[in-house]
Design a protein around this ligand. Structure first.
Ligand SMILES: Cc1cc2nc3c(=O)[nH]c(=O)nc-3n(C[C@H](O)[C@H](O)[C@H](O)COP(=O)(O)OP(=O)(O)OC[C@H]3O[C@@H](n4cnc5c(N)ncnc54)[C@H](O)[C@@H]3O)c2cc1C
Length: 571
């Protein structure tokens, strides 16, 4: 029996904020829409976002939201996209409110807003410290209500793409429950598969953030943009990397080293702890490297909230308090907690235009293919994302991708799948189940994560990146023989993790190659051997493509500038 083919107008991969927002929009316009997700939608990483979602609710703040974002991006963000998103942000908050999202309030009933790093005004709207979950629950419910079909626990492993006509026409997936393959054939395909920080040892991301969507596209020769830009968040819990949201510093938290010095005075005297994430992360790692770390291994610094009234912690940061008690055994209302920089967010991704249409080159677009959210690179965040801008991005550009699909659908013909399109994925699965080498997923993944943190982390050099490039080749060799312990078909999580590891190895090569070629420091990408930003050579986006042998070629495309001309970025 051949692989079953299911036909839809629109197939969306991923049920986080971007996927749900697009699905609701497409379905409401009468398009038959299915969302495939490897997790239950509410387990998507969007639900873990704590701190807030930015919007300049007072009109006088709009221009500075735009400027803060451009400056935060170290001038690599595309200014047309930034201008559009920041202008429309208040409307996005109203859209959420009208659907029933309940934001925290001031005493006078207006929506409360808290300060976030790199922002000139408090503009992060929040629902206590459960902002992402509040937004996700609301949009998911409403997408359901509109009639979107959600297929949970389906793993998408390939794209239906015809290179000669540059057209996408579906995806190949298998059910995690029974390892049954199916083809989802559609006029429009959208990827909303989230971020890729799981490639690093210390990270704040859900286990699912393995960058599948990126590698699936890259294996078809489609480009990935600015992959070298990975954000390290300053405050992960020591040991686990679990996130302590920027809200903790927004509400007034201070950082101290082993000499009880509020060390941010040396690095960002005017913004202090509320400097952007790249600046604070480097400061923390520098303090540790220079021997002023604290904790049993001297590899953390203190985050102190004990000077805040307990009531503030209880009402505004209850989840954070719980996390620190559970994972560190320390109550932040009474004692300092141990933190360290943690890989957190992926600025790079699938290149799209401002309507979510995927670009297959500097000028070309793939017919029928869309992307939004953290897996996409519009590019709003350029070289460094400002906190509370990505929930906004996922929702705003998710909706916009949905609108673009509605607009385009009349011109998109359903190219019929023939059934053999699943051969590539089923072949990959069979090979993984057949191999019987000495390595396990766990061993290779740990080596990948630790080496990426060491060689391609907060600080990078040519030597560390060359070492990582060579090491990735050895990991790939080991992967090609790797043994998947569980050979069964029922909920084979070993197999899923093996496929995810293959994806992680692929996109990690893009990170390293992009970082090696970018001989400058910009935003989150810091080269110790090239500590200055170099606008003359590198005020450009990186476009990487992978050939079938795994070799990556890079090109550069111009940044869309606007009214903000690049200046030195000081805080
Ligand atoms: C701990 C944490 C806190 C954060 N806090 C904030 C904050 O306060 N403010 C802010 O603005 N941003 C925050 N962020 C960032 C923000 O949450 C994310 O960038 C955003 O939610 C991403 O949404 P998304 O829809 O793109 O992806 P996600 O929510 O990650 O969803 C991805 C979806 O893709 C699906 N998927 C992936 N691969 C496959 C596959 N192969 N097959 C099928 N399905 C697949 C998953 O099942 C999931 O449904 C935070 C991030 C983290 C990690």
């Amino acid at each position: 029996m051949g692989t079953p083919v299911h036909k839809f107008d629109v197939v969306i991969v991923g049920a986080g904020l971007a996927g749900c927002a697009a699905a609701k929009t497409a379905q409401e316009a009468g398009l038959k829409t299915v969302v495939l997700t490897k997790l239950h939608p509410l387990r998507s990483h969007s639900g873990a976002a704590q701190g807030g979602i930015n919007a300049a609710l007072s009109e006088s703040d709009t221009a500075s939201h735009e400027f803060d974002t451009v400056k935060g991006s170290d001038y690599l963000g595309d200014q047309d996209a930034i201008e559009l998103m920041t202008r429309e942000a208040p409307q996005t908050i109203r859209w959420l409110e009208h659907m029933g999202a309940v934001f925290s309030r001031n005493d006078d009933g207006t929506i409360a807003q808290r300060p976030f790093g790199g922002q000139s005004h408090p503009r992060a709207c929040y629902a206590k410290d459960r902002t992402g979950l509040t937004c996700l629950q609301t949009i998911y419910e409403q997408a359901h209500r509109a009639g979107v079909q959600f297929l949970d626990e389906w793993y998408v492993g390939d794209l239906l793409y015809d290179k000669s006509s540059d057209q996408a026409y579906g995806v190949v997936a298998y059910s995690l429950k029974e390892t049954e393959f199916a083809i989802f054939n559609a006029k429009a395909v959208m990827f909303a598969t989230g971020g890729y920080a799981r490639a690093f040892g210390i990270n704040s991301n859900a286990h699912a953030n393995t960058g599948d969507g990126l590698s699936i596209l890259a294996r078809h020769g489609l480009p990935l943009e600015d992959m070298e830009f990975v954000q390290f968040h300053p405050t992960g819990l020591a040991g686990s990397g679990i996130l302590i949201s920027e809200a903790a510093r927004g509400e007034g938290g201070h950082l101290y080293n082993s000499e009880n010095e509020r060390f941010m005075e040396k690095y960002a005297p005017s913004k202090m702890e509320l400097a952007p994430r790249d600046v604070v992360s480097r400061a923390i790692e520098k303090e540790i490297l220079e021997g002023r770390g604290v904790g049993p291994n001297k590899d953390s610094v203190w985050l102190d909230l004990t000077h805040l009234p307990e009531e503030i912690i209880e009402t505004r940061l209850p989840e954070l308090r719980d996390l620190a008690i559970t994972f560190l055994g320390r109550d932040m209302a009474k004692e300092r907690i141990l933190i360290r920089a943690t890989a957190h967010y992926s600025m790079g991704g699938i290149p799209t235009d401002i309507d979510g249409r995927v670009r297959s080159g500097a000028e070309r677009k793939v017919s029928g293919l869309y992307a939004a959210g953290e897996c996409a690179c519009v590019s709003i965040h350029g070289a460094n994302r400002l906190g509370a801008n990505s929930l906004l991005e996922a929702i705003f550009f998710g909706r916009r991708a949905g609108e673009a699909i509605v607009q385009d659908i009349g011109q998109l013909e359903l190219r019929e799948a023939i059934g053999t399109e699943s051969d590539r994925l089923s072949g990959e699965v069979s090979a993984l189940l057949r191999n019987n080498g000495p390595d396990t997923v766990h061993a290779i993944r740990t080596d990948l994560q630790q080496s990426m943190t060491r060689n391609a982390g907060v600080f990078r050099t040519r030597a560390s990146l060359l070492e990582q490039k060579a090491y990735l080749a050895t990991l790939r060799d080991r992967f090609s023989q790797m043994r998947v312990g569980d050979k069964s078909k029922l909920y084979n999580t070993d197999l899923q993790e093996a496929l995810e590891l293959g994806h992680m190895l692929d996109f990690s090569a893009f990170i390293v190659e992009g970082a090696l070629a970018r001989e400058e420091s910009r935003g989150a990408h810091y080269r110790e051997d090239f500590p200055e930003r170099n606008d003359e050579r590198f005020l450009q986006h990186t476009f990487g493509t992978m050939d079938p042998s795994g070799k990556i070629a890079l090109e550069y495309t111009p940044v869309t500038l606007g009214r903000h001309t690049p200046q030195a970025r000081t805080y």
